[in-house]
Write a protein that binds this ligand. Sequence first.
Ligand code: NAD
Length: 362
Amino acid sequence: MLKDTTKIKAALIGFGRMGKMYGEAMAQSNRWEIAYVCDPSPSSRAEAQKMFPNTRTITDENIIFNDDSIRAVALCALADSRKEQIEKAVRTHKHIIAEKPVADTIEHEWEVVDLVKDSGVFATVNLYLRNSWYHQTMKQFIEEGEIGELAIIRICHMTPGLAPGEGHEYEGPAFHDCGMHYVDIARWYAGSEYKTWHAQGLRMWSYKDPWWLQCHGTFENGIVYDITQGFVYGQLSQQQTHNSYTDIIGTKGIVRMTHDFKTAVVDLHGVNRTLRIEKPFGGKNLDKLCALMAESILSGQRDPRMPRMRDSAIASQHAWDFLDDARAHDLPAIGNLETLEEIRERRRHMTNGYGLLRHNKE
Ligand SMILES: NC(=O)c1ccc[n+]([C@@H]2O[C@H](COP(=O)([O-])OP(=O)(O)OC[C@H]3O[C@@H](n4cnc5c(N)ncnc54)[C@H](O)[C@@H]3O)[C@@H](O)[C@H]2O)c1
């Protein structure tokens, strides 16, 4: 059989930390041709031009939407520009891979869900955990009945990552910006909608918003969950570390995973099988998301494994609900803004660290 070398012409809008990762993933695949990179920042465009000499770097996104040869756009700027870009993509019939959240307010996110519904374009969002080998392995094991009935989902993700005021302001506090991934993946495991929640937050360094939050509650089907997320994990420690795990308990067995951002380790303790699997972490799995989109475009059939805008809006909605719930209870403040300033100063000079944004490095 002849090798199919059909390429899809695409454009990247936003070439920061994520845009660069999309560029790398697409460049490594034989399915994509990156025709344009659009970014208002001269240094981002210069970097894109260096990485992809055959790509046109531009500041006016309308050039992309007016070009009929472009079939897909990856929207990886910040959330404030996303809805307008999605509107333009739908109007000009371009398939969409969007970063999360899909807009800057929950009202706009639900409008986006309506916009793409029945539009004829394939629209997906980078809820990257769904494309990870470790969550897929654990879900498969659960579906095989190895842990009995799924009962308890416990997720924790704490890193010395993005500090308040460093960027991602449109994306909300840490529990929304990052936490919505965990809100989504718990719902994906449960296969059910959130029913109840009770959240406890903490305003670390006396910042106005909680930067650490823990929420527990139930799904409609009775499964219970607890989710802990915080970018508060030792930003000023001499040697930084993090703590990230998923721990799932059934009526008969358990599955769990942890990672160090390089290697992920999955422990499967089922009734018939006991396995420990260690494999490369896989980062944001953009190779997988881009491959699912490419195959959908080429076949004309949407791959059901691509997360939907609706999934993202639901996760975003509940992440806000949990933050609102935390504000409705005692919400203590510990520490002071001087410590936060020390953290920002340290992060400004870090070249390798947790969740550094482009401008932190520049
Ligand atoms: N799915 C994930 O796991 C994940 C992880 C990190 C970030 N994100 C999301 O990706 C988005 C980008 O985050 P980042 O970390 O790459 O941020 P970043 O600050 O590193 O990059 C943003 C880039 O967008 C550019 N930009 C701003 N407005 C633009 C516009 N209107 N048109 C074109 N470009 C524009 C900026 O100049 C910058 O180069 C955020 O919305 C964030 O929530 C998702």
